[in-house]
Design a protein around this ligand. Structure first.
Ligand SMILES: NC(=O)c1ccc[n+]([C@@H]2O[C@H](COP(=O)([O-])OP(=O)(O)OC[C@H]3O[C@@H](n4cnc5c(N)ncnc54)[C@H](O)[C@@H]3O)[C@@H](O)[C@H]2O)c1
Ligand SMILES: CC(C)[C@H](C(=O)O)[C@@H](O)C(=O)O
Ligand SMILES: [Mg+2]
Length: 348
């Protein structure tokens, strides 16, 4: 990557993935062109179609090719009707997150103007979930015994390392330092998960000591779900583990107008491998192929990518266009391309 070129690997994936990625790329082409950035894209045919055709999920050769890009853009993977659960989610998405050390799973939560929240009086909502991306219950550490018998035993062990949690917590505090409210909330379940929760809390206390200008508090994850609904304005930066962050961010998306608006970055802050940007939603088999998926989350994921690659100007331009679009949305149902057109038009 030079200051003016971005070599992007694109994995449209399954279901609505290709539909929303197409709109994200249109918006990227426009803002990049205006900013004098040259974008090259290489598309990777990965996901259910390829798996059905070849039995292959993600080869080592493809991994090596993906690693060479400046960044990756992913639509969604998984097709419950065609591929057994977990094959693509673990074999493709999580393999990339783990191999490319995407330890910061960054998920901004903002209630955009004009967007209807299911909350009666949501107030301003503007927080960021800093979700751990490479450890916890996602590592595949576990197993099954006596499968299919009445005595079956299934274990999934949550792996938490001080190294992994500390680097994430440091990232969360550094992020909070750059935000007006400078507040971090650790969400865990330390009243029950005493080993992992105790370690996360100690590390938060240690990191907080080096950031005296950032305040911090703690919520058990069950209570956090209450406050996300009853008092979302209290949150600034939430730092949490992999599974809690997954669940909280679907809830956070729901209170800010739906999952079609929620973007994410799987970030490798050390630059040892490309970061990967994707809407937090999945392949939405229930609406795939109908041209009705909201591409805004994919478009906002492109903005996160530009931010991360050091291009905050075009990134903010995208967000402003999205805000202008949501402010004018109204109730009329719009299709995927129509929303893409409208956001492009707002870019001027
Ligand atoms: N990052 C990913 O690739 C990712 C994320 C989540 C789920 N998945 C996978 O996707 C498949 C479907 O999962 P799911 O149904 O639990 O979750 P989902 O996010 O695909 O869908 C949940 C609900 O949200 C709706 N929805 C999702 N995106 C939307 C959009 N852009 N616009 C409008 N509505 C939207 C869907 O229609 C559905 O009703 C599964 O195989 C799952 O493992 C992949
Ligand atoms: C598909 C799945 C592995 C993934 C996750 O749990 O992280 C998804 O739900 C997400 O939120 O990106
Ligand atoms: Mg999820």
């Amino acid at each position: 990557m030079s200051d003016t070129t971005i070599d992007l690997g694109v994995i449209p994936g399954d279901g609505i993935g290709p539909e929303v990625v197409e709109q994200g790329l249109r918006v990227l082409a426009r803002v990049a062109g205006d900013a004098g950035l040259a974008i090259t894209t290489t598309e990777y045919d990965l996901g259910a179609r390829r798996y059905e055709r070849t039995g292959e999920v993600l080869s080592d050769e493809t991994m090596a090719e993906l690693r060479r890009h400046d960044a990756l853009l992913l639509g969604a993977v998984g097709d419950p009707r065609r591929v057994p659960a977990g094959v693509l989610e673990r074999g493709l998405l999580l393999r990339l997150r783990f191999a490319f050390d995407h330890y910061v799973n960054l998920r901004p939560v903002e209630l955009f103007p004009g967007v209807a929240s299911p909350l009666a009086d949501p107030g301003p909502i503007d927080f960021v979930v800093v979700r751990e991306g490479t450890e916890g219950l996602y590592t595949g550490n576990g197993g099954a015994l006596r499968v299919g018998t009445p005595h079956e035993v299934a274990t999934e062990v949550s792996v938490n390392t001080a190294f992994g949690a500390r680097r994430l917590i440091e990232h969360a505090f550094a992020l909070a330092e750059r935000r007006p409210r400078r507040h971090v909330t650790l969400v865990h379940k330390k009243n029950v998960l005493v080993n992992a929760g105790g370690m996360w809390q100690r590390l938060v206390d240690e990191v907080a000591a080096a950031h005296p200008d950032v305040t911090h508090d703690y919520l058990h994850v069950d209570a956090a779900t209450i406050f996300i609904v009853t008092d979302p304005g209290r949150f600034d930066v939430i730092v949490t583990d992999n599974l809690f962050g997954d669940i909280l961010t679907d809830l956070a998306a729901a209170i800010t107008g739906g999952i079609g608006l929620a973007a994410s970055g799987n970030i490798n802050p050390d630059g040892t491998a490309p970061s990967m940007f994707e809407p937090i939603h999945g392949s939405a088999p229930d609406i795939a192929g109908q041209g009705v998926a909201d591409p805004t989350a994919a478009i906002l994921s492109v903005a996160l990518m530009l931010d991360t690659l050091g291009h905050p100007g075009p990134a903010e331009r995208i967000r402003q266009a999205v805000r202008a679009d949501t402010a004018a949305r109204g109730d009329a149902a719009r299709g995927t391309a129509e929303i893409g057109d409208a956001i492009l038009a707002r870019l001027g």
